[in-house]
Design a protein around this ligand. Structure first.
Ligand SMILES: Cc1cc2nc3c(=O)[nH]c(=O)nc-3n(C[C@H](O)[C@H](O)[C@H](O)COP(=O)(O)OP(=O)(O)OC[C@H]3O[C@@H](n4cnc5c(N)ncnc54)[C@H](O)[C@@H]3O)c2cc1C
Length: 414
């Protein structure tokens, strides 16, 4: 397993539980920072419960839903009451979250090696992946790890996938996001994840092709940030720092979100989205999470998606390893991209279209039209669409409408 972020640690837990001998290689040491909004929707909570993480322990901050702010209107969208998903979300700093998940993976039986930077896949003469090359420790000593299968969970850099020639789809835009922590007694216990959809890019005067967020951390801080697609009309990345500086003075003064209350530097990172790297399996290497561009093009959320794909990959690996090495095992492993396609391709494809036609041009403003903001029913549809939570089979009209909509989307060829 290359990388001990949510994708790698979740896959390690599921594999170790299935009795597979698994080694997690991580270039950093824990705990460590990861640039993120730290927001977990019910989809992510669902995965944490499946992993056996104690979400009632101290340190988790629960939320009831999202609050969207746009054009002088604000609307609270409670997480839906569904059979398949919890009706609450969470926040937890990635500093704690990733450490907790990696520790859980080791407690489940996985072996974790930190300060090991994987430099590429190791292949045999036939081009089959048989392990990885890496460098270890401050002296960067070269090391090799042999394994019958390798999972690339190394995030947006996707170094391992690139080493096997798996380039990202250049037609798919890569969004960028930036975040900063502020101390805000007024907002740290907000029961909602707050999102602003009417932000502007000060340099161009155009709408931000994304949104801003203020997420309560429950520890005296808020996580404030912006995520944006490249500006469609200019084909240039947005200046996130300038957009943040332009936005913050609009926040109520009593929130105390300003330079004086900043608790960290502003940091940014890419958001590889829309399933932009495929196939997700090739010659002994499986891609999971950001390394496969699994961030949702609807919301910019990537943690739940990484953990879900990790569970699917782990199940397929465990089944494949029960077969002898060779064509029969390969056949089982090729089921992984097929399963990703079956579960999520339509949702991502529709999201990619929405990204191209809507978000990259006008941001989220059209979705949050005053009529939508005033309609509790439409807001409920929007909450499920943006975060991909619904019951399957459908339990109510909203689920039925969303499933019918997705069924109309042609499945892309692999
Ligand atoms: C500013 C910002 C805000 C975001 N907000 C949210 C949010 O609120 N909610 C949400 O769900 N998603 C959010 N995302 C997306 C989310 O952070 C990612 O989708 C998620 O972290 C993907 O998990 P991963 O395990 O695939 O990759 P990562 O979390 O990037 O983990 C990859 C791991 O691999 C390690 N690694 C990398 N290269 C190597 C190597 N060569 N050798 C060994 N180890 C290596 C890294 O150190 C890291 O630990 C945000 C992203 C950004 C940039």
């Amino acid at each position: 397993m290359v990388g001990a972020g949510p994708a790698g640690s979740a896959a390690a837990v599921h594999l170790a539980r299935a009795g597979v001998d698994v080694m997690l290689l991580e270039k950093s040491g824990f705990p460590r920072e990861k640039v993120c909004g730290d927001g977990l929707t019910p989809r992510a909570v669902h995965q944490l419960v499946r992993l056996g993480i104690d979400i009632d322990a101290p340190g988790w901050m629960r939320n009831k839903g999202m609050r969207w702010v746009c054009g002088g209107h604000r609307a609270e969208l409670d997480w839906p009451r569904l059979g398949a998903f919890p009706d609450f979300g969470l926040t937890r700093s990635r500093h704690d979250f990733d450490d907790l998940l990696a520790t859980h993976a080791t407690a489940t039986g996985a072996r974790l090696r930190t300060n090991v930077k994987v430099t590429g896949p190791l292949t045999d003469r036939a081009g089959q992946v048989i392990g990885v090359t890496a460098s270890h420790g401050p002296g960067a000593e070269p090391v090799r790890y042999l394994a019958p299968l390798v999972v690339a969970a190394d995030g947006a850099s996707a170094r391992t996938a690139l080493g096997l020639g798996l380039e990202r789809d250049a037609k798919r835009p890569v969004a960028a996001a930036a975040r900063r922590y502020y101390r805000s007694a007024a907002r740290t216990h907000d029961p909602y994840l707050e999102l602003w959809a009417d932000l502007r890019c000060p340099r161009t005067g155009l709408d931000l092709p994304g949104y801003g967020w203020v997420f309560p951390m429950g520890d005296g801080r808020v996580n404030v940030g912006l995520g944006a697609l490249p500006q469609q009309r200019r084909r240039r990345p947005v200046d996130l720092r300038a957009a943040l500086d332009h936005w913050l003075p609009r926040l109520p003064e009593e929130w105390d979100v300003n330079e004086g209350s900043a608790d960290s530097p502003l940091r940014s990172a890419p958001l590889p989205m829309g399933l932009n790297r495929r196939p997700q399996y090739r010659r002994g290497l499986l891609l999971v999470g950001d390394s496969a561009g699994m961030v949702s093009p609807w919301s910019g959320e990537g943690i739940a998606q990484a953990m879900e794909a990790a569970e699917v990959a782990a199940e397929i690996i465990a089944l494949a390893l029960a077969r002898p090495a060779g064509p029969r095992r390969e056949h089982a492993l090729h089921h992984y991209p097929a399963e990703i396609q079956r579960r999520w391709a339509r949702y991502y494809r529709l999201g990619n279209v929405a990204g191209d036609l809507l978000f990259s041009r006008f941001g989220y403003r059209p979705l949050l039209h005053p009529r939508v903001m005033a309609s509790p029913h439409l807001l409920r549809v929007l909450a499920r669409l943006l975060t991909h939570v619904s019951d399957e089979p459908a339990q109510d009209t909203i689920d039925a409408v969303l499933h019918s909509l997705l069924r109309l989307v042609p499945v892309p060829r692999r």
